[in-house]
Write a protein that binds this ligand. Structure first.
Ligand code: GDP
Ligand code: GDP
Length: 433
């Protein structure tokens, strides 16, 4: 599974600069969708064949900074505890500060590996820049420049050394879906309702609090794995404390699933957190089904209102199916499964080059890509470059400046012809062959 790397350090050492560098290439994959909240504290990246998630803890809660009294924000501590590795950034130009020492003291208690990075070191002699930071007791400092990129790749190679390569084909050959959503929307109730009906094959008790629970079960003659981010709460217990929401756990569950089931609470308004979680699934390219829960007990006016709000705030999920369900009463679950199956099939589809090329040609005949200056882009053929999400690579000439709206048009055409309901779809270009 993808490791999570948390960036920690006092303000102004360069965490967000490093974050941007570490996530830049992936960002380009998801065009800015209207209404999609981008959470700029969490991102995806890759060094060689090793993917990772990165968390910039700098954006969390104001940090209390009263000279020596330096407190790490609660969310920062949570991210540190949930991460697989920590990069502790210090400023090679300012030198060692009392705040650095306080953070180092806390980080020395971590069970995860902590890497000390001396930033802003472009143009500085490495040994000089590093010298005073040995006293933090976190091993040999790595000397980097986030702004210029010096040493960043080497640092990430070291950080990721202990983690395995990406295994593209290791994904389950049956639907593996993660039940995600903010606290109290009804995730555990839904998981219990699903499992109450089915034959459970294997139940994996999670190792640590930051892990989701994996349960294999059969429904009809189909096997599924459910990834339960809420952790099945003991049935029958009425008053449970509301879970502590963990973004990292949610992101890992999404990564590991081929379908995400986003649960919303129809009794409450769609919140920014709902949109952010949906955005994580979109960014990860996972198929998505939305379960609007607690649909019992609502009057007609409220139902209208909820549908209106969804249309307004979650417009960027237009590829996904929405179901109005009641986990408590076990209603709507059969339909939900039909969409999970459909989204899974769409996400894992295999499209041949001749078929894709035929559809491409028809699309181009109906509407040619607009000229850019004097050149008319030429599209020759298309092949499938990946699945979950399906990636369609269009080959030709002068394709570098194809507009966003033309790309949407192609996406829409491929989606319609191949009936790819429920999964994001990416169209990319390759010029010059
Ligand atoms: P954060 O508060 O830790 O997230 O720090 P920022 O990323 O916002 O950076 C703080 C300042 O340091 C900005 O003015 C950056 O341009 C600058 N900075 C970040 N990285 C470097 C670097 O590698 N070299 C230099 N010279 N400046 C940097
Ligand atoms: P989680 O934190 O997302 O796992 O949410 P829970 O499953 O613990 O549910 C939170 C609360 O919502 C509990 O009191 C549930 O009984 C209630 N709840 C869950 N599903 C429904 C539903 O379909 N209808 C109604 N009315 N309440 C529900």
């Amino acid at each position: 599974m993808k490791p999570t790397v948390a960036l920690v350090g006092r303000p102004n050492v360069g965490k967000s600069t490093l974050f941007n560098r570490l996530t830049r290439s992936r960002d380009a994959l998801v065009a800015d969708q209207p209404g999609l909240t981008r959470d700029r504290h969490y991102g995806h990246g890759r060094v060689g064949s090793k993917p990772y998630l990165v968390v910039d803890t700098g954006g969390f809660e104001p940090v209390v900074d009263e000279g020596i009294l330096f407190e790490m924000a609660r969310q920062t501590l949570q991210a540190v505890d949930e991460a697989d590795a920590v990069v502790f950034l210090v400023d090679g130009r300012t030198g060692l500060t009392p705040q650095d020492k306080i953070i180092a003291n806390r980080l020395r208690q971590c069970s995860q590996p902590v890497y000390l990075a001396v930033n802003k070191a472009e143009g500085l002699a490495h040994s000089m820049a590093a010298a005073e930071f040995y006293e933090l007791g976190l091993g040999e400092p790595m000397v980097i420049s986030s702004a210029h990129g010096d040493g960043v790749r080497e640092m990430m190679e070291l950080v990721l050394e202990a983690f395995p390569e990406a295994e593209e084909e290791s994904r389950a050959h049956h639907p593996k879906f993660a039940v995600i959503g903010r606290p109290n929307v009804g995730k555990s109730t839904l998981v219990n309702a699903i499992l109450g009906e089915e034959r459970v094959i294997a139940f994996d008790q999670a190792g640590t609090t930051r892990d989701s629970i994996y349960i294999d079960f059969e429904r009809g003659d189909q096997t599924y794995t459910i990834i339960d981010t809420a952790g099945v709460r003991r049935r029958g217990k009425v008053s449970e404390a509301i879970e502590k929401f963990s973004v990292i756990k949610t992101m890992k569950a999404i990564e590991d699933a081929n379908v995400a089931v986003l649960v919303l609470d129809a009794q409450l308004d769609i919140s920014e957190q709902d949109a952010t979680i949906a955005g994580f699934a979109l960014e990860a390219g996972r198929a998505l089904v939305v379960a609007v829960n607690k649909w019992d007990n609502l009057d007609a006016a409220r139902k209208e209102e909820v549908k209106h709000e969804i249309a307004r705030k979650l417009a960027f999920l237009d590829f996904a199916k929405f179901h109005y369900i009641s986990a408590l009463e076990g209603r709507g679950i059969a339909d939900l499964f039909r969409s999970i199956d459909e989204a899974y099939q769409a996400a894992m589809c295999k499209l041949s080059t001749p078929k894709l090329t035929r559809v491409l040609k028809v699309a181009v005949e109906r509407q040619a890509p607009p000229r850019v200056g004097l050149v008319r882009p030429k599209m020759r053929y298309a092949h499938q470059g990946g699945m979950n999400p399906p990636i369609i690579v269009v080959h030709g000439n002068a394709l570098d400046s194809i507009s966003e709206s033309y790309t949407r048009y192609l996406e829409h055409t491929f989606r319609k012809v191949f009936k790819l309901q429920g999964t994001p779809l990416r169209v990319q270009y390759k010029s010059g062959d």
